[in-house]
Write a protein that binds this ligand. Structure first.
Ligand code: ZN
Length: 315
């Protein structure tokens, strides 16, 4: 009787142990499944892939070369967002559709990376006149510039933010994620001294960037350039006659040789300036993320392309 009871207890324990192991392996399986990351910006697609490696499956909603200012998610995109574990957005108002998209999603699903980057560039919107335009938002000093990916320091901050988010959601993969992040970070960081040396070769009076839309302020801040954009923060903006006249004047005054079109923007206004001043159009810059052409379809390629186009055009 005693032995039988003991055997029963032992069997019970063994069974309990097995089911414990089974439960553990199920939990383990879930933890090891790649994190589903949907990206709303081309630069974030690269960062998520580089940092996440095999711990993530990245689903990009935008292809390189697509203008994120006018992008609208299709029903299939919205389905992908619903199935995602995390959605990475450029933030700072870049995705105008984001408030609508977020309405049906659980809190914390969408990470607006730009909103967490320290020291965002503020753009004064007072230039648009005193007709009340441009002041519908809460703050009256200006708007945050969403184009953080054109400079190295904000890119490094974005890499850190994405790393933190991925580690928090896949703690078991933390060492691998952190190792990839630090190697990738070093590669991007190395672009800054190279870019500084390139920009240093431009005569000081020529360090002026006349561009189509207002997308290069982070780059201008990082390398000590002035900017004179013809349009506002969006490619969908239009320029004013006053802005046009002011720009023509500035180009003549500085004897500026090059003005910069953009890969994705409408550059009719810039063509008018070229006719008016004799300044030449430089190589089109990548303003809104990775370019569609080979060579500009990686972050490193995009930064190198922009810096070389500027340095060669202005010196
Ligand atoms: Zn833009």
């Amino acid at each position: 009787m005693f032995h039988r009871t003991l055997r029963f207890v032992r069997t019970g324990l063994a069974l309990a142990g097995l089911s414990f192991l089974a439960a553990a392996s199920v939990a383990q399986g879930t933890a090891d499944a790649p994190l589903r990351v949907v990206t709303l910006h081309t630069v974030l697609t690269e960062i998520a892939r580089e940092v996440g490696g095999d711990a993530v499956t990245v689903v990009p909603l935008l292809r390189p070369g697509v203008d994120p200012h006018v992008f609208e998610p299709a029903p299939a995109d919205i389905r992908r967002v619903r199935e995602a574990d995390v959605v990475l957005a450029a933030g700072l108002g870049m995705e105008t559709y984001l408030p609508r998209l977020q309405r049906d999603l659980p809190a914390g699903r969408v990470v607006e990376v730009g909103n967490r980057i320290p020291d965002p560039v503020q753009v004064c919107t007072a230039d648009h006149g005193h007709e009340g335009h441009g002041h519908a938002h809460d703050h009256d000093h200006g708007e945050d510039d969403p184009h953080w990916w054109v400079a190295v320091d904000p890119l490094l901050a974005a890499i850190d933010i994405v790393t933190t988010e991925l580690v928090a959601r896949r703690p078991a993969a933390a060492p691998a994620i952190q190792a990839r992040a630090s190697a990738y970070r070093a590669r991007i960081a190395a672009l800054k001294p190279w870019a500084q040396a390139e920009i240093a070769r431009i005569p000081e009076a020529q360090r002026l960037l006349v561009t189509s839309h207002d997308a290069f302020r982070y780059l201008a801040r990082e390398y000590g350039l002035e900017v004179q954009p013809l349009l506002g923060l969006s490619t969908a903006d239009e320029t004013s006659a006053r802005r046009l006249a002011e720009t023509v004047e500035l180009i003549r005054e500085r004897r500026l040789r090059t003005v910069f079109a953009e890969a994705s923007a409408n550059d009719r206004t810039l063509a008018a300036i070229v006719r008016e001043t004799g300044a030449k159009p430089g190589r089109p810059l990548c303003a809104d993320g990775l370019g569609g052409q080979p060579g500009t379809d990686t972050i490193e390629g995009m930064i190198r392309h922009n810096i070389l186009a500027i340095a060669e055009g202005l010196r």
